[in-house]
Design a protein. Sequence first.
Length: 481
Amino acid sequence: MKSRSILIAVSLLLLSCGRGNNYQLPTTAQIDKQIVAGNYTEAAKLIRLKLISDTLTESERWNLNFKLERMDRIRYDFRAKDTTVINYIKKYYPEVSKEEIESWEKSNALENMVIDGEKCYFRSAGRNLFRIDSLAAKHFINPDGANGDSLTRFLSKLIPDLVSDKSAGKSPYIKPVTMTVKYTLTVEPNQVPAGEMIRVWLPYPRSDVRSQSNVKFISASQPDYIISPDNYLHKSVYIEKRAVKDSSARFSIEFEYTSSAQYFSFSAEDVKPYNTEDSLYKKYTSEVAPHIVFSDKIKETTAQVVGNETNPYKKLRLIYEWIDTNFPWASAREYSTIENIPEYVLANRHGDCGQVSLLMITMARYAGIPAKWQSGWMMHPGNINLHDWAEVYFEGQGWVPVDQSFGRVKSAKGNDNAYFFYTKGLDAYRMIVNQDISAPFYPAKIYPRSETVDFQRGEVEWRGGNLYFNRWDYDMNVTYR
């Protein structure tokens, strides 16, 4: 704090002395140039100098402060050093050459950034390399063997069973599963001054989606809590508690809900033409900056992939197959550190569930297919995790789930309905929390979110600021019946 006070004092002196000489504060362009160049220390100095100005609007001040926050978050994501990453690679590929490393760095298959003159690697760069680069992947030993991982084996049995269920023709909602969930968020000791109120938002299953029913709140760690109304697109339970010196702060909720699988057994010919003047069509084929943007790259790519196809479902399948073929899953940077996620996916040729979903949504919208975000958790036994997918609107069918990341069910090739199940279906092992991205919370959050796009792990703040992910932990326990 002392060094920052000195910096501000010197900056004020320079500012006051310079007014008579037409002293100019740093421009946004000058700041952004330093950030793009990786000169974070210099960029931070310029931002703090600009923040001294009393002519900034609240929005401008907020944006500048978040630039500082984003640089800190990027530093945290890119904290792996070269020796650690290269040693990891050599564990599976001992003969790797310097030239190969350099080639992977250049293509960003080995994801890295230069920050303040030092090469820094993404925290999962080593493992991701064997997912992203096909030649590197040949050297990686899969501990699950040739039969694939446990989730793949689970789905290879589940999906053919779902598409053959005779009740699917009567209703798309089939084979329900009831789950009891205990969700716990724990703030580490001394992250907030003793006596200050810690504000927490925890994920909760939506009751306004047809695939989820019988949502029942069982208990909370605090006597007072607020469940957000259904019209809020991030469904949450809000709890607060005062910090105690040297003690962790634990927040937990327990609830139950029933989730049904969804399978819409229509053919491409069943899809009717859109009414392009309809408000729903216009809303969900529109751009929404900063992530759903029809850039030249998106326009060119979509045109190439879709070609002359006019049927909405066939167009969607072309986009789906193209992404599934060309963009392998990889552990992701925090979304708040990426300015445009679909552009990032196109440039880096990989993406996690939410990243490829946003690419698919953007391409679908540009192709004239209404599409929107949906997310929460995947609840498959032994594979519980954060997960994102989408919904696509087909005239005559309504909103249909599309899970881009789960891709084609490879074990079901030859059974078209099962193979392309996730272009018009979803298994029951889900907890739907979100119906859009970057929406408001209830009660409102004051400071910038840790996750600026999605909401799954939770959000935490106090009157002094946001608490980022590295200052708290979360845990989910699920029982099935």
